[in-house]
Design a protein around this ligand. Sequence first.
Ligand code: SF4
Length: 698
Amino acid sequence: MACENRTTCPYCGVGCGVIASVDDAGTVTVRGDPEHPANFGRLCSKGSALAETLDLDGRLLFPQINGQRSSWDAALDLVAERFSDTIAEHGPDSVAFYVSGQLLTEDYYVANKLMKGFIGSGNIDTNSRLCMASSVAGHRRAFGSDTVPGTYADLELADLVVLVGSNLAWCHPVLYQRIAAAKASRPTMKVVVVDPRRTATSDIADLHLAVRPDGDVALFNGLLAHLAETNRIDEAFVGSHTSGLAEALIAASPLSMAALSEATGLSGLSIRQFFWLFADTERVVTCYSQGVNQSASGTDKVNAIINCHLATGRIGRSGMGPFSLTGQPNAMGGREVGGLANMLAAHMAIENADDRDRVQRFWKSPRIADRPGLKAVDMFDAVADGRIKALWIMSTNPVVSMPDADKVKAAIDACPFVVVSDMQGDTDTGRLAHVLLPATGWGEKSGTVTNSERRVSRQRAFLSGPGEARPDWWHITEVARRIGFASAFDFASPADIFAEHAALSAFENDGSRDFDIGAFAAIDEDQYDDLRPFHWPRPATGEMSDRFFSDGRFYHPDGKARFIPVATVPVSEQAGFILNTGRVRDHWHTMTRTGKSARLSAHMAEPYCEIHLLDAADHGVGHADLVRITGQSGGEVIVRALLSDRQARGSLFLPMHWSDETASAARVDTLVPSLTDPVSGQPALKQARVSLERYSAG
Ligand code: SF4
């Protein structure tokens, strides 16, 4: 008799519900949960193969100190001692946590509480900085809060879906399936894809705009100017609920069509088609993802998009709105508990003295970080120059995923004390750790995650953790107790942590903060076990709509949304190719899980470089030839060439998944400099300049 467990997929931000069944022989099978509102029973290739990724090959089973097996007590004592000594000698800002959108919300909550409230530093940042920090910053500038206004259902109700910098078909496949199904049943629905590459997502596009890599601001500034020129501004909405349109229009000062074509790389005809479609369609959703966020102007791109929705009043209503898609399974949950260096818990702001006071009183903590900590790129710079002397990396692999990856590797290698907690120990990052802490993984741990549409779902354990692996929240609370904060970290279970998180979200919230799940502040173990997926907010008193901003009220002090004037990025012609990095359909991050499935690995068996046919011809490169790609700061990748006409001229695409561990010379982020967006601190992972040559081993 198989035992069924309702849980949530651990891969992308769609957050699909999964039913995992374990039979008497211990065999696991998975299927989509027909009752989960994110997927209604669908799963993509990665989700369907989850049961194939549960073997113990490569798992870290015991704590290790300097490569030798140790007891938990010895490892935890050492971590607590080294962090305490470092803080005592060099101050709280000499230590840091680098965490992950793979963590569950409860893990994130206690890590953030320890660093910001008890150690007293803001130095906790997350690999979600690489994924959606520009959207967070754009939301806060426009709305006064980090609020995603809409829901997945809006994508099916829209008459026009604009997908910007998003290969949804590969990166959020079930959401793509939902849009494709809606379009098939309602042929009047239109889809526009704005992407330099012609990806699998373009297959359902009525219009594909192969925009220049940094042409998005020009395109949406042009759209804003067009809306004004053609009297499509919703004057009533703008007048009552927004400020700053005049300044935004000055910044978007109309370019001639020739200049707009130059700035965007698009024909005048395709630009006009897009402008007319947007202007003439009331129910428009604009989704954006890493092609927008991972840019030196990512926050401006986000605000250029939001500006167009504010100008037309197309926000807070069914089937319309700007919609940022998170990459990771719990990027949103991390935001909720303050997992970013510049945020406090429950969407409160670290720069705000009232928020700091409120959180400190709630936690009864001896101190509270009084300024933002170091964002990911700056954090590893501080490791490199010795300002950070003790670093704890949780559930992520920065030696592969950070820009300027060789520099990050050298920095971690030279850091006096490095702790890595992960499911696998023998990773590019794990090999540099002084202490390795074995973590339980999907199917073995319990907690919650929040998907891109603000829906909180349970992950449930249905397998025992292997060896001595323990959940991340337990690692953190045990270290906190040993440092001397036992009473504040006296959590017996994830349910305990979730209840405290919910209580904090409601603490002295008079409605001025968007994130409130106070309805769960007294949740007990049984209720937590039974928790069904829900959208936040869920305040303790009064039901709230699933949809934010339906009353035209935003979270700036005056209750209005702000137009943000954004400058069009000037076109710069530089030598070499522009390198775009991203995902393939069937792998996830550094493949520690998906690499175990032969079925998934068969889709793309090795790393590759996609090159336009004509560029390849210019460089004497044939299909499947080896090519060497060299970064401006010296990194080098050697992979096979994949020739296509889907790639824009002058640009290359490299998948991000492979590492030194899984292929030689394939760590793409060794090619990417640590250029960041000045507002969000998000690295520009899609803008490196590289050179290309045919490679001959001889
Ligand atoms: Fe998992 Fe995302 Fe696929 Fe859903 S779409 S099954 S969340 S990887």
